[in-house]
Design a protein around this ligand. Structure first.
Ligand SMILES: *[C@@H]1O[C@H](CO)[C@@H](O)[C@H](O)[C@H]1NC(C)=O
Length: 375
């Protein structure tokens, strides 16, 4: 570990700030394979915008059953490794701890504070609510390594209890990349510390999510890499510095407005897999696609119709971002699901289904998001 880090520093820092992301199974897929999904869905109704309920900064709620892109970080001295979801839709870093006896902690890596010489805590309590349950624990401070960047004195959550469904998450914890204004306990987010400790050459990070089933997804800190995109980067100013929230002008199919008529608010969220919008708008899109919605809220189309489905255009700051059917339909065994999910909230979520089409730059220098067609 030490040797690799030293080499990175000598050779090319740029090679070291890229954190490869793995596309794993989501909790939803794991549950489905075990035949438990429908039971869970009924017990814990899906509430994707549950994470956006608390705008007052007391609780930033993240996560749903679909988190699936994760990468490795380490915490402590000597380093203890964890897989975390890099989530632009929340702001806290947390991992399981050895004081946690929930089932979800038993099948994940646990941070052992007594094994780290640099660990400190004041035992402040932390609680983060999810659509499907909650995580509670305490705050600690330690050295955190992310892709060769070493952040000193990073505050993070050590879980003591975790909701049952987290046992089905592949990642151990979550690394939130949004603004501190929505961080539980006001805990300073990792990227804020990277900026204030001068660990990044520019106050930006960028994300490339590879198409389904392919390797190569990355999150990059302090840099953008032009090999991931083609054409221009289109910049959209944020309308709120909480999530990466922007104003969406409309959603259209073949020039006809099908949703977000008159404008709406949307967030760019790597931690949500689908595109989420208000129920009536999403129903409208799904009916344009000829999709039927089952009792669990999943909308499916006949797989044989995918070829003929239209592209859908999301207009942001006057720029059109069009995604083809091949990117918004996913095949799950014999059924084909649309990537559009309804919620009771007015806020739209442009999740992985959208982001896989656009190399995304989160710009903290001027509070904007840049989108460029993936190469
Ligand atoms: C933000 O910075 C980028 C890159 O420097 C620039 O091209 C863009 O116009 C700026 N966007 C806004 C909204 O100010």
């Amino acid at each position: 570990m030490k040797l690799i880090l030293a080499l990175c520093a000598l050779v090319a820092l740029a090679e070291c700030i890229k954190v490869p992301l793995i596309k794993g199974k989501s909790a939803r897929q794991a549950l489905r394979e075990k035949g438990l999904w429908e039971e869970y869905r009924l017990k814990f109704p899906y509430n994707p915008t549950g994470k956006f309920a608390a705008q007052n900064g007391v609780e930033s709620m993240t996560n749903d059953a679909d988190l699936s892109y994760y990468g490795v970080i380490s915490i402590g001295t000597p380093p203890q490794s964890f897989q975390v979801v890099f989530d632009s839709g929340s702001s806290n870093l947390w991992v399981p701890s050895t004081s946690c006896s929930s089932q979800a902690c038993q099948n994940h890596n646990q941070f052992n504070p007594s094994q780290s010489s640099t660990f400190q805590t004041n035992n402040q309590a932390l609680s983060i609510s999810y659509g499907t349950g909650s995580m509670t624990g305490i705050l600690g401070y330690d050295t955190v390594q992310v892709g060769g960047i070493t952040v000193q004195n990073q505050v993070f959550g050590l879980s003591e209890t975790e909701a049952p469904f987290m046992a089905y998450m592949q990642s151990d914890g979550i690394l939130g990349l949004a603004y501190s204004s929505i961080s539980s306990d006001g805990a300073t987010p990792v990227f804020d510390n990277m900026m204030s400790q001068n660990l990044v050459s520019q106050d930006i990070f960028s994300v490339y999510l590879s198409p389904n089933g392919q390797q190569g997804s990355v999150v990059m800190f302090g840099e953008l890499d032009s090999s991931y995109y083609t054409g221009n980067i289109y910049w959209i100013p944020l309308s709120s510095e909480t999530y990466y929230q922007v104003t969406m002008d409309s959603v259209t199919i073949n020039g006809q407005t099908v949703a977000c008529s008159g404008g709406c608010q949307a967030i760019v969220d790597t931690g949500t897999s689908l595109i989420v919008g208000p129920t009536s708008d999403i129903s409208n899109i799904n009916s344009w696609l000829g999709a039927t919605t089952d009792q669990y809220g999943d909308s499916t189309v006949s797989c044989s119709s995918v070829q003929s489905l239209p592209a859908i255009t999301f207009t942001l700051n006057g720029y059109s971002f069009t995604i083809p059917a091949s990117s918004y339909i996913s095949q799950e065994s014999s059924s084909c699901q649309t990537g559009f999910s309804g919620s009771s909230d007015s806020l739209w979520i442009l999740g992985d289904v959208f982001i896989r089409n656009y190399y995304t730059i989160f710009n903290r220098e001027n509070n904007s998001v840049g989108l460029a067609q993936v190469a």
